[in-house]
Design a binder for this molecule. Structure first.
Ligand code: NDP
Length: 290
């Protein structure tokens, strides 16, 4: 049996339209649109592409997009100054500092300087702690997008399912595990020191691949009928983009699977817009979108 393909592009388009609708109401009530500031340090081409597409999506949702570019050789204090300026700006509801940062800058110090109420990436330790303790938080966009796809795939019934998250980064793996735990899955987190990752994946109803190695998860690791969410974005020497899962093999075994591209990626930007709207609603004391 061939797996159902989870259409992240379509789901993301629906979420973006939903956010845009809420933005119209927000602007009518408050007299301004939510504002997202994206800070880019240096000239990294991939980061430049991400920042441009985030700005475009923000404007398309009817929100205000502010882009601040700083040279690669900037001092950490100058970046911290900019963050504190944006923290104090009443027109800015969300602040995102594009990672990676140049080596002279301590990324954790910069993340820690962002007002947690404006931390739409959800990387601030306060938001990570709130997520871990079940309090309302701003949740990292990529795992949030994965959770939305999973909830839809299972019609909201995730409780009791065995989930394996391969990868334990602060950006994807750890918050993904917290979200699945919050939905009452039984969660295993695998990483580079895990013994027999294949055996753990074989036992899982849900597999989240966030490793950064092309085709790391083989098709015969997948339990028949499992749902596979491939977070990986890897460029091969021939220019092709592939995920962390051997898609061609896994699609023959899984019950449902996300493609790369067109799966998790579009959900990440849509969730960034949603987080900005949520942050704006909380700041203005308005009810949050569902
Ligand atoms: P990191 O490099 O920060 O983390 C990778 C994780 O994979 C680490 O926890 C590492 O373990 C683990 N790992 C590495 N090798 C192995 C191995 N042999 N066996 C088991 N685990 C292993 O990556 P990110 O979490 O930031 O990103 C993961 C992937 O997702 C990348 O391809 C990235 O491009 C993509 N990505 C996609 C996004 C999207 O929007 N779709 C957004 C963000 C990321 P250890 O901790 O022990 O080193």
């Amino acid at each position: 049996m061939t797996a159902r393909i989870i259409d992240g592009k379509a789901r993301a388009a629906a979420l973006r339209a939903d956010v845009a609708g809420h933005v119209t109401h927000f602007a009518a009530r408050i007299g301004r649109a939510p504002g997202l500031a994206v800070v880019l340090v240096g000239e990294d081409p991939a980061s430049g592409v991400y920042v441009r597409s985030k700005g475009k999506a923000t404007r398309e949702a009817g929100m205000v997009s502010v882009e601040r570019r700083l040279p690669a050789d900037i001092d950490e204090w100058a970046l911290l100054e900019l963050v504190s300026e944006l923290n104090a700006d009443p027109a800015i509801d969300g602040i995102l500092v594009q990672l990676p940062l140049p080596s002279q800058i301590d990324a954790q110090a910069v993340i820690g300087a962002i007002d947690p109420a404006k931390d739409v990436d959800g990387f601030h330790p306060v938001n990570a702690g709130r997520l871990a303790t079940g309090l309302p938080a701003l949740v990292p966009c990529t795992p949030l997008g994965c959770l939305m796809l999973l909830r839809e795939a299972y019609d909201g019934k995730l409780a009791g399912l065995d989930a394996v998250v391969v990868g334990r980064s602060n950006i994807v793996g750890k918050p993904m595990a917290q979200l699945l735990l919050g939905d009452s899955c039984t969660v295993t987190i695998a990483h580079s020191r895990t013994r027999d990752v294949a055996a753990r994946v074989r036992s899982a109803d849900i597999v989240i691949a966030a490793v950064g190695i092309p085709h790391f998860i083989a098709g015969d690791w997948i339990k028949p009928g499992a749902t596979v969410i491939d977070v990986g974005i890897n460029r091969l020497p021939d220019g092709r983009l592939v995920g962390d899962v051997d898609y061609a093999a896994a699609v023959e075994v899984a019950g449902a699977i996300t493609p790369v591209p067109g799966g998790v990626g579009p959900m990440t930007i849509a969730c960034l817009l949603r987080n900005t709207l949520v942050a704006a609603c909380r700041r203005e004391g308005l009810p949050e979108p569902d």
